[in-house]
Write a protein that binds this ligand. Sequence first.
Ligand code: A2P
Length: 316
Amino acid sequence: MKTLKFTNGDMPILGLGTWKSAPGDVYNAVKEALKLGYRHIDCAAVYGNESEVGKAISESISEGVVTREELWVTSKLWNNMHGKSNVVTAIKQTLSDLQLDYLDLYLIHWPVPFKKEVPAASKPEDFVSLEDQPIADTWLGMEEAFALGLSKSIGVSNFSIKKLKDLIGNCKIKPCLNQVELHPYFQQDDLVDYCQSVDVHVMAYSPLGSSDRPQGLKTADEPVLLEDIKLTELAKEKGVSIAQLILAWAMQRSISVIPKSVNPARLKQNLDSADLSLTEHEMAQVKAVNKNRRYVNGSFFAIEGSPVTLENLWDL
Ligand code: A2P
């Protein structure tokens, strides 16, 4: 499988997403994925399932399915643990849940600090503004986690070009990756061009459009990526599934993908997409379906009175 190069080694370009994988399901999904040959798992404290992912990884290592060194494990700092003094505590909890000594990659999940005692912000007072809790201060904690060897590399998620530029201009260790929503309906060309121009890798979350998002994160009229008529036709002509076509398109742009599945057949299908290549014409046909449609638009943070607005979150 194609890999993306980091100072700490090579990351398999395709990994397993675990967002929305219910406890119970995620254990089986990780075990099955590792048996199938997945070597990259994407996790986060806020997904609430890291203990189960950890159990599956630990058992798979004991059973000889995989070694720790062969695996790439990513996790993310949740919003209520922003701030230099909190990061090491947060990553140690994640490592304990995942039963690991180190992560391969640790990301700031969102540039959206919450108060420490608030895991899920629901009212304006639950948030802390970026003036009061600057990203650069949280990044010092990320650098500390790196220096302690708790994570072999560090990066960010949901960062705009502006936020990434500000951070790069104000840090000792450059973030090595930005994980963002990216799929054929939301292609993010400017962000990808910027990241690739400054050697920051891009990882796509919701690469298949995350149609299993909670209802509260959906709108009534939204287009369903996996039902796109043009992509369905193109996939049929090529003899692959629409999911495989979409994943192959992203990987061909050197973008890492982390499709979530808890279904063995779809896990296998997604893994096999790493072997596909698209012609220039096929790449252009996928490019043509772009709708600039963000599915995970952050409106759950932009509640009235909170310091977060969609404009300042995405720097529109
Ligand atoms: P399931 O877990 O039952 O396989 P995303 O990765 O963009 O968040 O999308 C995840 C959603 O896409 C889940 O509903 C998942 O369902 C579904 N999915 C994952 N792989 C495939 C596939 N190859 N074909 C169709 N649906 C898929």
